[in-house]
Design a protein around this ligand. Sequence first.
Ligand code: ARG
Length: 456
Amino acid sequence: MWGGRFAAGPASVMREINASIPFDKRLWKQDIAGSKAHVAMLAKQGIVAQADADAISGGLDQIAAEYEANGVPVDLDLEDIHMVTESRLAELIGPAAGRLHTARSRNDQVATDFRLWVRDAIDEVEAGLVALQEALIARAEEHADTVMPGFTHLQSAQPVTLGHHLMAYHEMIRRDRSRFADARARLNECPLGAAALAGTGFPIDRHATAAALGFAKPTDNSLDSVSDRDFALDYLMAATQVALHLSRLAEEFIIWASQPFGFVKLPDAYSTGSSIMPQKRNPDAAELVRGHAGRIMGCMNALCVTMKGLPLAYSKDMQDDKPPVFEAHDLLGLSIAAMTGMIETVAFRTERMRGLAESGFATATDLADWLVREGNVPFREAHHITGRAVAAAEGAGVQLADLPIETLKAIDGRIDERIYAVLTVDASVASRKSHGGTAPDQVRARIAQARQEKKE
Ligand code: ARG
C-alpha cells in the first residue's frame, strides 16, 4: 500500500534515528583527550609506529583547534562524534588515521568519553554548590538574630531565626555535595581498553591510559565497562536531590514574596513584571527553579527506564544516555546560579517577619515549658493550661504576652509575673540552645563550623 513511499524512506529515517552527532558533539574535548591517551599508549607498547602516532596526535590537536574555532560539523552520515573526528583525521593525515582505532571500539570509547564529561560536570556542580553555600552562610550570619515565624504544616509554630532557616538549606547542600563526591569517586575508573565487550588481544597498557586521563584505575570487567552507565545515573540522582532541595527553597521565596506574607522583596534582577498588571512583581526565576526540578527528575527517570532490563553488554539504546544528562546538567547549572543570585540579593523584610512571629501565639510552647520548669507541672497538663490561655487571648483579640496576670492566674494559679519574660519572641529563640537549635548563639556556632568544614 505505501511501498512506493517506503522504498526511499528507511535509509533516511535510519540515518536520522541512528545519528547521535547532533548531541554527542558535546563530548568532543573528552573524545580528543581519550584518543590522544590511547594512541600514545599504542606507540609506547609498540602496537603503532611512533611516527604514525605522532601524526595522529598532531592531527587530533588540529581538529581540536578547528572545533574550538568553528564548532563540530554535524554530518548525520558520520553518525557520532567518534566517526566525525576520525573521518576528519583521515582527511588531514591520510591512511595512518586508520591505526587510531586499533585495540579499541566505539563502545569503550564512548563509555570513557562520557565518564570524563560527567566528571567535569560534577566539578562544575560542586563549584556552584560551594558558591550557593557561601551565599547562604553570608545571609544567615547577617540574620542570626532576625526573628521570623517558624512553620509546621505552614501554620505558625514557634519563632525561629532567619539565619537558622537559611542554614537548614546549607545542610541540604552539604549532603548534596557529599553525594556528588561519592559519585565522582565511584565514576573514576577507566573503561578504555575493554574494546567492544571482551577486551583485546593486543598488548595494551590499560593502567597507562587510565592514569593519563586522570582515572584512579582501569575498570575490572570488560563487559561491565561497556555496559555500565551507573556513573550517569549517580549524577542524575544526585542532581535530582539538588533540584528537589532548590525547588523547596524556591517555593519558600514564592510564598514569602506573596502579599499576604510579604517576607521578602525579590530583587528586580530576578523578577519580572506583568504586561497587563503594572503592580506585579512576579517571582519567575524561583518559579522556573521549581519547575526545572520536575524536568531534572524526568531526566533521571528517562535514563533509569532506558537502562532497565538491558542485557549485557552494549546496546544501542544506551546512545540515549546522553541527552537526559546534558539537559539535566544545563537546567541544574541555571537553577543553582539563579538561587545563588536570589539569596545574595533578596531584601528580607524583617519587621514584617517579626510582626508575624509575634502574632499567632507562637510562644505558646514557651508558656507550657515554663510551667513544666518552674511549676513542676507534667508537660501534658501544661499543654492543656496553655491551650486555655491561647483561647483566652484569642477571645480577647490580643497576644499571649498582652493577657493581664489576673487572667493568667485565673487559668492556673501556678503562673506568676515571671511568665512574661518567656513570652517574647526574642526570649523564645534565645532559649532554644540545644545542639542544632535556633538560638542565635547556636546558629553562629554552626556558621563558624561550616566555614571551618569548607577549609578542610
Ligand atoms: N554513538 C554510540 C553511543 O553513543 C557509540 C557507538 C557504539 N555503537 C555501536 N554500534 N557499537 O552509544
